[in-house]
Design a protein around this ligand. Sequence first.
Ligand code: NDP
Ligand code: HSE
Length: 429
Amino acid sequence: MIGLGTVGGGVAKLLRDEADLYAQRTGRRIELRRVLVRNAAKARASGLVEPDKVTDDPGAVVAGDDIDMVIEVAGGIDPVRAFVARALENGKHVVTANKSLLAAHGPALFATARQHNVSIAFEASCGGGIPCVTALTCGLMANRMDGLYGILNGTCNYILTEMTAGGKTYEQALKEAQDAGFAEADPTLDVSGADAAQKLAILASLAFGVKIEGDDVHAVGVDGLDLKDIAFGDELGFDVKLLAIAERWPGEKWVNVGVQPCFIKKDELLAQVKGPFNALSVHGHAVGHTLYYGQGAGQMPTASAVVSDLLGVVSGWAPAAFSNLNLTPDLTEPAPLLDRADTESAYYLRMETLDEPGVMAKVTSILGGKGISLSTVLQHESKAGEVVSLVVTTHMTRLGDVEEAAKEIAALGPIQGEPVIIRVIEMPA
Ligand code: NDP
Ligand code: HSE
């Protein structure tokens, strides 16, 4: 195993405590032979791994003759990419929880695995303990997928839950997520939306059968969210969620992938997903709507996915699926990505304006001029001359038109700063 931190500690614990169960299930006894860490001298939780198995020599793990499989739970891209490539070249199956690595270099690593007749299993890279990779690549294989709507980052969902229901500040909630071990070593990956974008790239590649890289996913995080918008959303009957969305659109350019804070009606199932829990809503043309829910981060849920992959390799079904099915993005074409401006949705716009005569007329005239139809308008009582928030929500409209209208609105004299735009999700039936 490479890594003995939050997830590695959970994997070691399962392999120690459930050795008999796994031997009974697979007919094979699994032995954790060696663990590569950055600093072998660091004190470790006692009883998890014998100290003489902990090493800082990569070759002892990725090239060891007595090792059949390498579990990578270290994280990051370099030097881990080279460790994984060496393990594959040395004929070792790899199980990884590393979405950064797969979103950036998945196709090359999958191709290396194929060349050397071994496999890569990566359930834990998306959705922690939820078997959503297996659902897409196995249970739903009969379907043409129409859309994925996911809460894929536990840290962001925890922060949003604690800020809305728990009355905590952004900083308090982020610190708690770090202390609980959900957050990445660099938490800006979580709060910027990058972590969810990496997971969406992996899941959407599998679901749509095209190659999508992390950089193809437009990502906006929770770090720029204003409490004011959360409060207005609440008043309008919405919860805010960081949603990772992959949609199929009609036409030649049909893939839209993005991560952003969205408003969602409070009675939708995804709105009920709280704290570090994740959920993935998958729409397939034959099955209709399915929903996968569970702990998307944390030590034991993630270790559950890693060890289940390991047992899948031991039993032979994971390598067979890897080598016999054309699922992974080393075998598929680059995605025909739709220009975001051409996607359509309902939107929420908040403008800060001096409370002067005629502002509303000018704003609605700009929106009407772009063919944007309004669904609701909201302004609280204010005193003449004060700055007040003016909130509107739209019916389905082209994003490019909303962004152009927002620029024209920002140029009006009484308007202060740029309007805030938040997507309002209407979930497919
Ligand atoms: P931690 O930071 O807790 O642990 C990382 C471990 O990897 C440490 O033991 C560290 O060694 C070791 N390590 C890091 N870099 C190197 C290196 N260059 N060479 C050798 N060892 C190295 O991370 P997590 O356990 O939280 O995450 C691990 C992976 O799992 C990441 O890819 C993450 O994205 C993914 N993941 C994490 C989840 C979570 O809830 N935490 C959920 C789902 C996926 P040392 O101890 O010496 O510092
Ligand atoms: N940092 C990630 C999260 C861990 O918060 O969801 C799980 O991938």
